[in-house]
Ligand binder design. Structure first.
Ligand code: MF3
Ligand code: CO
Length: 267
């Protein structure tokens, strides 16, 4: 399937949708602490999305029952929030959120430590985030789609982590999932050429141990097969004539990235 090229007007809608999502993530990042339930996070996330004038796009998507995917420790993605899942000191928690604003979708994910976490867990979160930034060095007009995949793979592999292969990033626009699929590992072919006006959700999912994952009986929650931790980092990105525009970064995150080697910055 062809990859949509967004018009200038559509890009403005994408920017606004993504800017609002950046606010949602930023605010949710502030409430993460031991004692909060995953359902509380979902409730507050949904309320904020609606307050900002957005519609949660995950809610009822193929029957998914919440607005925010909350995935704890060995849960990779698509964890279902519940009242009785209480975050504990030392956990890591991935929040995946999206919204629709004036018909345009945004999608982003962050992984947070809950209270004090082990240095190993912190490293996993950092490398996962930085692999996104390594990937988007190739998110440029003239590069090819799988150059992004290869750059993520090359960044992560030296750490000995498992790159999840069963789930991918994706195009995004008037639908949450558009063409193309964006694998986070090296491909045999370089894939289609990237063009100005493409909007892509790039989302490495990285496991501390094996890359193998399985689905729980709820048919949603993806977990690592070895029970080790997994982290997720995602932004919706616009391909331009030069640097990619990371549409879902919050102002505060952007500030921390400015004026330095993007891959080395703490966010
Ligand atoms: N961000 C997720 C993805 O790109 C979307 C989750 S869909 C849901 O796959 F239904 F699980 F919410
Ligand atoms: Co996504």
């Amino acid at each position: 399937m062809a990859i949509n090229i967004k018009t200038e007007d559509e890009i403005e809608y994408m920017r606004e949708s993504c800017r609002l999502l950046g606010i949602v993530h930023y605010e949710l990042g502030q409430i993460i602490r031991p004692g909060i339930s995953t359902a509380d996070i979902d409730e507050q996330g949904e309320a904020l999305i609606r307050k900002l004038g957005g519609i949660p796009n995950f809610l009822n998507y193929n029957g998914y029952p919440a607005s925010i995917c909350v995935s704890v420790n060995d849960e990779v993605v698509h964890g279902i929030p519940t009242k009785d899942r209480i975050l504990q000191e030392g956990d890591i928690v991935s929040l995946d959120a999206g919204l629709i604003y004036r018909g345009y979708h945004s999608d982003a994910a962050r992984t947070y430590g809950v209270g004090e976490i082990s240095p190993e867990a912190a490293k996993l979160i950092e490398v996962t985030r930085d692999s996104f930034f390594a990937g988007i060095t190739k998110a440029r007009a003239g590069c090819r789609l799988h150059d992004i995949s290869a750059a993520i793979d090359d960044y992560v592999t030296p750490y000995g982590y498992g790159i999840v292969e069963d789930l991918c990033g994706h195009g995004i626009g008037t639908h949450l999932h558009e063409s193309p699929n964006i694998p986070n590992f090296r491909q045999r072919r370089r894939g289609p050429k990237l063009k100005k006006g493409m909007t892509l959700a790039i989302e490495p999912m990285i496991n501390m141990g094996t890359e193998e994952v399985e689905w729980l009986d709820d048919d949603w929650t993806v977990v690592t097969c070895d029970g080790m931790y997994s982290a997720h980092y995602e932004n919706t990105v616009l391909i331009t004539d030069s640097e990619p525009e990371i549409l879902t970064l919050h102002e505060e995150e952007r500030k921390k990235l400015q004026g330095g080697n993007i891959c080395q910055r703490q966010m």
